[in-house]
Design a protein around this ligand. Structure first.
Ligand code: SF4
Length: 446
């Protein structure tokens, strides 16, 4: 009888790719993936995240939810893996007795033996090696959790940037690029499986190759990916400003498959706050990079994120950030309120900012962005855009899709009527924007 496994994956797309690798191993070993909220499960795997406090709480809640089902007898074992298990293994074992097995990100190397208990009791060293991140595989078969027409391509893991507020390097180790030929082989197999949009991810995609080849190789990887015949769209997330080079912009401008979409977290614009964050680059350099991007890609959609309330961020530094957002008019923008993470330099810095102030600053920025986002969306009216169909809403008889400006799971959507098939591309003339100003409405122009 096949083992029945429930699986919860939390956090970022990089963690999601790890989940897909674990799911592929489990099914290859003959296990059945079930919805443990409705069906009995021999084990539930919770792939955790601990980037910020809210993510930690979400992970703990998922374990406790599984624990309730275990108490009812419909779940036999709870296995906690992923970033929070990597950083807080001992604390989880101590404070969450509901967890039977806690193995860090090394679980991705051999999840089957973790599930089958080829390790000893919880308080002894697990058999599956809680290996150092640097020893972990960067590739492997995947069972996609995304719709079959798009997928993430993780081109590296870990990070060597060492931003002062971030615990990821201490969890995932130094930056490690996937060898070019392996990344291309994975991309080809995804496209052979029906993927038409590839979304490149890493903690910092623009550092691709630096560790392995001693130089930045993202432009070369992108050029090679464009040669994959049936691949239609390539999207790049998580760029670091000072590594958005003229070479990268030249490839993005010349290769039609590469979407004019750049996700580039800036985190702040005030020079003292940037320095306190241990971020490379000054306000002047960041402005120059933004100007270079808009010059090279006039129709570019820029997504960025900022952090409010880092220790030392005073009213004038915050006002500088507020004005910067109004000055730059980003198409897409997210804001996080700073939450101190143990073991990071920022957690021990003086002049900690009250969480309420950090939250209030976040609200101010998002209110400013609401108007900007609407204006940016209205600028699409009258344009005909290529749209990938993702879904159909029978209630409104409307297709739901995305254009180049929309990364899945974080950005807006395009609504259009007519006969359309999921995963297919359509020319859609934009006629208007939705009430909240984030989505587009159009008509097929095929
Ligand atoms: S770039 Fe900075 S914020 Fe991003 S993962 Fe690396 S250290 Fe963390």
């Amino acid at each position: 009888m096949a083992e029945k496994i429930g699986f919860v994956s939390l956090g970022c797309p990089k963690n999601q790719v790890d989940a897909e690798r674990m799911l592929a191993q489990l099914t290859a070993a003959g296990m059945e993936i079930v919805d443990h909220l409705t069906d009995p499960a021999d084990a539930v795997i919770v792939n955790t995240c601990c980037f910020i406090d809210a993510a930690k709480q979400e992970s703990i809640d998922a374990v406790l939810e599984a624990a309730d089902l275990k108490a009812e007898g419909s779940v036999r074992k709870i296995i906690v893996v992923g970033c929070m298990a990597q950083k807080y293994r001992d604390e989880i074992l101590e404070t969450l007795p509901e967890a039977d097995v806690v193995v860090g990100i090394s679980a991705v190397a051999d999840i089957v033996s973790v599930v089958r208990g080829e390790e000893s009791a919880p308080d002894e060293e697990p058999a599956a090696p809680n290996a150092a991140p640097e020893a972990l595989p960067l590739t492997g078969a995947r069972l996609l959790t995304t719709p079959s027409h798009w997928a993430y391509l993780k081109i590296a893991d870990g990070c060597s940037n060492r931003c002062a507020y971030c615990s990821i390097p201490s969890i995932r180790g130094d930056f490690r690029s996937v060898p070019l030929e392996d990344a291309l082989a994975e991309a080809q197999s995804l496209v052979d499986g029906g993927v038409r949009e590839l979304i490149l991810i890493a903690q910092d995609t623009t550092s691709y190759g630096l560790d392995l080849y001693g130089e930045l190789r993202l432009p070369e990887l992108l050029t090679a990916l464009c040669k994959i015949e049936d691949l239609r769209w390539i999207r790049v997330l998580y760029c670091y400003p000072d590594r958005v080079t003229p070479e990268l912009l030249a490839v993005m401008a010349s290769e039609p498959k590469i979407l004019h979409y750049i996700d580039m977290p800036l985190q702040h614009i005030n020079d003292s706050v940037l320095a306190a964050m241990h971020r490379r680059g000054t306000a002047t350099q960041i402005r120059q990079t933004l100007a270079d991007i808009r010059a090279a890609l006039p129709d570019v959609v820029l997504r960025t994120t900022f952090i409010t309330g880092l220790p030392g961020e005073d009213e004038s530094a915050f006002e500088e950030l507020h004005n910067f957002i109004k000055e730059q008019q980003f198409e897409r923008l997210g804001v996080f309120a700073y939450s101190p993470q143990e073991g990071t330099p920022a957690a021990d810095m003086p002049d900690q900012v009250d969480a309420e102030i950090a939250g209030a600053r976040l609200d101010i920025l998002m209110r400013a962005q609401n108007d900007i986002a609407r204006e940016r969306a209205e600028a699409f009216i009258g344009r005909t855009l290529e749209v990938i169909c993702e879904d159909y809403d029978g209630y409104t008889d409307t297709n739901i899709g995305r254009c180049y400006a929309d990364a899945p799971e974080i950005d807006g959507l395009v609504y259009f009527p007519g006969q359309a098939e999921d995963g297919q591309f359509y020319q859609v003339k934009i006629l208007g924007v939705s009430e909240d100003g984030y989505d587009l409405v159009g008509t097929m122009n095929n």
